[in-house]
Design a protein around this ligand. Structure first.
Ligand SMILES: [Mg+2]
Length: 105
């Protein structure tokens, strides 16, 4: 993750693009790229693996850039959120169920 973060910093510094990367603009870019990801599946179930890979990479790069911008340690936060999700969705209550945590018995 740190290597990718560093490569993104260098890529943007070389182009002087950091000036455009406010947290708001980066958050909007995550949503825009997520829309492009959805577009890969629009109208049918067939999809272009390369196009999907491109859009997943775009979403992830903007997420990493946003986290970097506002000093979020992504690896740490993903692991923290996973632990939180384990508490919310105990295996014995949710296995095989798509119910939301507040609808579990
Ligand atoms: Mg894209």
């Amino acid at each position: 993750m740190n290597d990718i973060k560093e490569q993104l910093r260098i890529f943007n510094e070389e182009r002087d693009w950091d000036q455009f990367h406010s947290p708001e603009n980066l958050a909007k870019s995550v949503a825009i790229e997520a829309g492009e990801l959805l577009e890969c599946f629009q109208w049918n179930n067939d999809f272009d693996q390369r196009a999907v890979s491109d859009e997943i990479a775009d979403v992830m790069m903007y997420c990493i850039m946003l986290a970097d911008k506002i000093d979020i340690n992504l690896e740490q936060e993903i692991l923290r959120k996973l632990e939180e999700n384990k508490q919310k969705y105990p295996v014995e209550k949710c296995k095989g169920s798509s119910k939301k945590y507040n609808e579990l018995d």
